[in-house]
Design a protein around this ligand. Structure first.
Ligand code: EPU
Length: 355
């Protein structure tokens, strides 16, 4: 059966986005074979439709019904090869990220354990350059394979060329809407060393195993972050903001306890969750949307939230943080309108100068 004949119409996306927002896709298809991508791309072209790929739907804010084709990436398969120094693991984009991490640790191939329990799929991991507890995808990824809409063929890009940065990559800029990621290859060095510098992992012994780190990370995430199966959410809603060291010095005079981490280019990163928490916004609600009680950086769907509830809540938080700290929070979650991803500022506007 051709993949085009498997395309469904008017599909409800509620269960395909972890916020649990009700939006429909005009067309919807499950991609299970990478050889089908070319046929799908020809169809999209002929119909002149917008399209987007969904993996776990764990980082999306669906603003309205989608007017084109949603491709649910269900590509599966993992292949391992090894050299004397490292394992090379090629995983299909539709593999569940956490199950994949768990499997590598169980197989005695350490290196991904700090990234346990991040919701989503392998294919989404390079787009956001996912990161947690001192490790990010850029540290472990060697290459990404994708189908190029432009050249109509499969291409490979090395990790060095992916322009990985904090929650950013080439897939959000030059290659945005240009590619369908099919596989990601990871290089895990056999001379593995535990990475325990980050917060809650600091108390662990230096000779700790990858399995113990995996278990600790799972424990920490479960204690702080709501399970999307129970309470709709998309992880951190905002990025941790970067400020100049000059602004940091000013802020520290007023707030000596403010968490901060040095970043590149003479900038420092602040903890957006701390800023929101300081404003007493944990538990603050707008319609069916709320700031999570335990982690202020996470917005949750407490009662059939609509996208407009989340937008209003997001605007309120940006306004408050702007007024108190002179810092502009940028969403980490990707905003999707009827034709595709849209720059959040275009939707949210800018905070007012002050009241
Ligand atoms: N904090 C508060 N109140 C809060 C939340 C945080 O005071 O409500 C403080 C914490 O006490 C800590 C600091 O803020 O001093 C940072 O908090 P945390 O360690 O929980 O991490 P985060 O900066 O909020 C980032 C990532 C997470 C990742 C964790 C752990 C971003 C946007 N978020 O969160 O990633 O799991 O570090 O490494 O960078 C995600 O991207 O979806 C995500 C969950």
């Amino acid at each position: 059966m051709s993949v085009v004949s498997a395309i469904k119409r008017d599909v409800d996306l509620t269960s395909y986005n972890t916020f649990g927002l009700a939006a429909k896709a005009k067309y919807f298809v499950e991609l299970t074979n990478s050889n089908d991508i070319g046929e799908l791309v020809s169809w999209i072209r002929a119909e002149q439709l917008p399209w987007m790929v969904i993996g776990g739907g764990s980082n999306l804010l669906l603003l309205e019904d989608f007017a084109g084709l949603v491709v649910l990436n269900q590509l599966r398969g993992i292949e391992v090869s090894e050299t004397a120094d490292s394992y090379s693991i090629r995983a299909a984009a539709g593999e569940d990220w956490h199950k994949f991490v768990k499997w590598t640790v169980e197989q005695g191939m350490p290196g991904l354990e700090n990234l346990a329990l991040i919701p989503g799929t392998v294919g989404a991991s390079p787009v956001q350059n996912i990161g947690a507890y001192g490790v990010e995808l850029a540290d472990v990824c060697s290459e990404v394979e994708y189908y190029s809409i432009h050249s109509n063929r499969t291409q490979v890009i090395s990790s060095e060329d992916c322009q990985f940065a904090y929650r950013d990559s080439i897939f959000k800029s030059a290659l945005k809407d240009q590619v369908i990621i099919s596989h990601v290859t990871f290089k895990l060095n056999k001379s593995w060393q535990a990475k325990c510098e980050y917060g809650g992992l600091k108390q662990l012994e230096a000779d700790i195993s990858a399995q113990t780190i995996f278990d600790e990370v799972c424990k920490m995430r479960i204690s702080k972050l709501p399970d999307p199966q129970v309470l709709g959410n998309a992880g951190s809603f905002f990025k941790n903001p970067l400020v100049s060291n000059e602004q940091l010095a000013k802020l520290l005079c007023r707030y000596p306890d403010m968490p901060n981490y040095s970043a590149t280019n003479g900038l420092s990163k602040l903890a957006a969750g701390w800023l929101i928490d300081q404003l007493g916004l944990k538990g603050y609600t707008v319609g069916g949307a709320a700031v999570h009680q335990d982690q202020a950086l996470v917005l949750v769907n407490i009662a059939n939230a609509k996208a407009i509830d989340l937008l209003a809540l997001c605007r309120h938080i940006r306004q408050q943080v702007w007024q108190r700290f002179d810092v502009l929070l940028q969403p980490e979650v990707r905003f999707i309108n009827s034709i595709g991803e849209v720059e959040p500022t275009l939707v949210l506007g800018m905070p007012d100068a002050g009241e």
